[in-house]
Design a protein around this ligand. Structure first.
Ligand SMILES: Nc1ncnc2c1ncn2[C@@H]1O[C@H](COP(=O)(O)OP(=O)(O)OP(=O)(O)O)[C@@H](O)[C@H]1O
Ligand SMILES: O=P(O)(O)OC[C@@]1(O)O[C@H](CO)[C@@H](O)[C@@H]1O
Length: 321
């Protein structure tokens, strides 16, 4: 078969996927016996969530990265249901289970595990898979933490594979892997990144309290060579910063059922808007609408297209600079 037929507009990479166990309880008290009243599991991990949301929007998407062989069926069911091309490498062991505790106020506490022990050979296979799947003008979303066994700079070979194919990378990671990726040579840097405030503070090495501080840090990233910086701020919306403009986008009165994966939905929205050639305002509206739409659902999914479009029309976009 001609491998170019396999190339897809958007590929997502999840080196450290997770099964998300979401537990609901009225209140959470450390050191006490807490009674939960509901639980559910979802195939998760940042890139998997992005693929799931993109599939709901109708974009042909392939998912690569790593999966533990023992419990891969949870992910395979999602890929089958949403017709996501499954190019994840199976490695021995179990994919981690991350625990998300949602209390009566809708506040979520995350307990994320380190994940499978991967090795540099696994990373090479994923880089080769990216080389096979990425197409010129397409996008690769590299998202989430790195599993144990991989060095902090493991996003670099993946960025190299994306750049070699003439595709653009969107990166959503944190801590040392983010800092290492942002230290890449200019031609390998991601086209876009979406840190939240804490992730940006960790990279900047200082507290970013005011909006001006966030904009200054975003401008530093652009000076390095990152074209689009989106800083998500939970209920306070997000900043969208490109070479020319700074926009704030937010939406009021969102009934949040689960905030797990809101950032991933935002990444899915901004990547689909980039693929459609949208301008900065179009990107801000789509990304915010995806995040708000996901908040109303328990797992990493979108409602129908019309509901998302109605939300996009309700997004309040303000020009800051
Ligand atoms: N309570 C809320 N009300 C309105 N919008 C929200 C709310 N929570 C999140 N959002 C929207 O979702 C976007 C992403 O949320 P957030 O900043 O929490 O992402 P994140 O920290 O990357 O989350 P995660 O890692 O769980 O995906 C925000 O920028 C905002 O547009
Ligand atoms: O430990 P990481 O890789 O940073 O984040 C993993 C994770 O919290 O991210 C998703 C929500 O964004 C969840 O599906 C998953 O459990």
């Amino acid at each position: 078969m001609n491998t170019t037929q396999h190339r897809v507009p958007i590929v997502t990479v999840t080196m450290n996927p997770a099964i998300d166990l979401t537990v609901r309880c009225q209140s959470l008290q450390a050191g006490a016996v807490n009674r939960a009243h509901a639980a559910r599991i979802d195939a998760g991990g940042k890139g998997i969530n992005v693929a799931s949301v993109l599939a709901d929007w109708g974009v042909a998407t392939a998912a690569t990265g790593l999966l533990g062989r023992t419990n891969a069926s949870v992910f395979e069911a999602l890929f089958d249901r949403k017709q996501i091309e499954d190019r994840c490498l199976r490695i021995s062991g179990e994919t981690r289970t991350n625990i998300k505790i949602v209390d009566g106020d809708g506040c979520t506490t995350d307990l994320n595990l380190p994940g499978l022990a991967a090795n540099p050979g696994d990373l090479r296979v994923v880089a080769d898979t990216l080389d096979d799947l990425c197409r010129e003008g397409g996008y690769a979303v590299l998202a989430g933490s790195l599993p144990s066994g991989l060095a902090d700079d493991s996003y670099l070979p993946l960025l190299r594979a994306v750049a070699a194919r003439g595709a653009r990378a969107v990166l959503d990671t944190s801590g040392a892997p983010l800092t290492a990726a942002l230290g890449a040579p200019r031609e390998l840097l991601p086209y876009a990144i979406k840190p939240n405030r804490h992730e940006l503070e960790a990279w900047a090495g200082e507290p970013l309290v005011r909006t001006d501080d966030l904009i200054r840090a975003a401008r530093r990233l652009q000076a390095l060579g990152v074209s689009l910086v989106v800083v998500s701020q939970g209920e306070h919306g997000a900043l969208f910063v490109d070479q020319h403009r700074v926009l704030h986008a937010g939406i009021s009165a969102v009934a949040a059922i689960s905030s797990v994966g809101a950032g991933d939905a935002m990444v899915a929205g901004l990547t689909s808007a980039l693929l459609d050639g949208a301008d900065l305002e179009g990107i801000a509206r789509r990304a915010t609408a995806f995040a708000a739409a996901k908040l109303g659902l328990p797992g990493p999914h979108l409602p129908d297209r019309h509901a998302v479009q109605r939300l996009a029309a309700d997004v309040l976009v303000t020009r800051l600079a």
